[in-house]
Design a protein around this ligand. Structure first.
Ligand code: 4NP
Length: 149
């Protein structure tokens, strides 16, 4: 099982989602990666505030490196989670067929089915926003682990 977490910049939300899900699945043969729909932060480390909130909960994401989502990701992953509706739409626009589209889900629908909620983009806010994002992703990743096990 290969799972991809996707946000806009791949420096705030999706690297945290990657680290959290990996920590919950490391014994289960699940591969986890993350990407951004934009190319602004390709090759960059996660935002210091994401690294910080991860460290607080023993999740080390300090060595991750930003990359951009590409259409090949549809071949390489089984499940692709969008952090928000904008990421979702951008990925669906790149899908080549229905099979690709069926791999893409909004991550918060795992805990609030059918509500189509966004993980709020914490980039322009303070540390509190990163704590909120962490808690949402932690719950959503618990639900993902339940779903795939
Ligand atoms: P992310 O947050 O999508 O959760 O990584 C953002 C990071 C950077 C930018 C926007 C959102 N930016 O505009 O550079």
């Amino acid at each position: 099982m290969k799972i991809l977490m996707v946000c806009l910049g791949n420096i705030c939300r999706s690297p945290l989602a990657e680290g959290i899900l990996r920590s919950k699945t490391f014994l289960k043969g699940v591969e986890v990666d993350s990407a951004g729909t934009a190319d602004y932060h390709v090759g960059n480390r996660p935002d210091k505030r994401s690294i910080g909130v991860g460290a607080k909960y023993n999740i080390d994401i300090s060595n991750l490196s930003g990359r951009q989502f590409s259409v090949q990701d549809y071949d390489n992953f089984d499940l692709i989670y969008a952090m928000d509706n904008s990421n979702y739409k951008n990925m669906i626009a790149l899908a080549r067929n229905e099979e690709d589209k069926k791999k893409v889900f909004l991550i918060l629908n795992e805990i609030f089915p059918g509500e189509d909620l966004d993980v709020p983009d914490p980039y322009y806010g303070g540390a509190h926003g990163f704590e909120t994002v962490y808690k949402m992703l932690d719950q959503a990743c618990d639900a993902i682990v339940e779903k795939i096990s």
